[in-house]
Write a protein that binds this ligand. Sequence first.
Ligand code: PHE
Length: 413
Amino acid sequence: MAAAGSAVGLGNIWKFPYIAGENGGAAFLVVYLICVLLLGLPLVMTEFLIGKHSGKSAYGAFKELKGTNRWQWLSWMCMLTAMLFIGFYFVVTGWCFNYLFEALTNVLHGAEMDSLSTHFTQVISNKPRMILFSLFPVLLTATVLWFGVNKGIEKLSKVLMPLLLVMMVLMAVRVLMLKDSAIGMQFFFQADFSKLNPQAVMKAMGQCFFSLSIGMGALITYGAYMPKNQSVSKTSMQVVILDTLVAILAGMIIFPAVFAFGMDPAEGPELVFVILPAIFEQMSFSYIFGVLFFSLLCIAAITSTISIMEVSVAFVNEATGGRLNRHKSVLLVSAAVIPLVLACVFSNSVFDVFDTLTSCVLMPLGALGMALFVGWNLPNYNHFAGKVFIFSVRWIVPIAILVIFLNSVGIIQ
Ligand code: PHE
């Protein structure tokens, strides 16, 4: 459940709808689902296996399993990816906290579509406000990590994850009753492959890694905390199914509403922040719904930031041989994270570079390294499913990542 909490986050509810909207809707969904099955599932298993077998975090896992330092570059890359990733992730989490605050104070009640769009621009360009709202989740995450990733997160995820799902189903039903919502469903489910280009395929792969928390060792770290009698394949499947379900539900809420309200699905990162308040306006008990939904969104984001920051905390702790204990590691990592968050608040280009560099370069590279590590270093299984898994991480996953990557940068066609 904690791993599901890591996976379900802004990737599903904020990023998936706007990237799908920019890249043709249904055609993107098809490619995304293929990526999830072909790459996502085996890679989630890969990270869990590395963590569970080694009992170590991204820093010590490869050394522990291989007995040499030759894979240490992969550990450092995980750490780098996690740090850059969290820089911009906290900023988007800050947007969510801002909207939660506004839902609580009911300031958006009765706002028109146009003003919701300008409101978003005003919010993100109000730097002092954004600093406050982005650093608050840093503080919250650091506090949780200070006490340790333990049963608390698991319990929280166990209750809140199903609640989020139920709420999203209710919202999807309400949105489907709006006029012209069918056009949105068509956009999301009736594929037009002419809109697909190599960059869109690359984005689908990046989105798959983003959404499933793959490629920076977050799941290695959680795998290390897994009880020995827990099944890696079963857990992986549950995480992948839940994560994908939430992404599809998000699409089923956003796209019908986009068309019902006469908006453009290719609006960009502001898409959900404009659409969601407008949806609540259409619902009875709009105040309660708004507050509840944005609360859940913030919690979904925090269960993700916890897992990302835990990569660095466990890394520092292990790399210093325990000399920096959990508390000191949390302080050090938080101090390093704050300037990165501020850089993303102040500069849209830094934000974009961190986002694209992690999703489209570093996470695929990390995933490639981990697939090769498990495929060529761990002993093969003697049952059919295990053999299929090893074959896929030896050959299919690495080749697919390379082909998609080289194709998107134009080296191969
Ligand atoms: N999967 C999370 C989301 O969809 C983000 C994340 C990425 C969390 C990598 C941990 C590691 O929002």
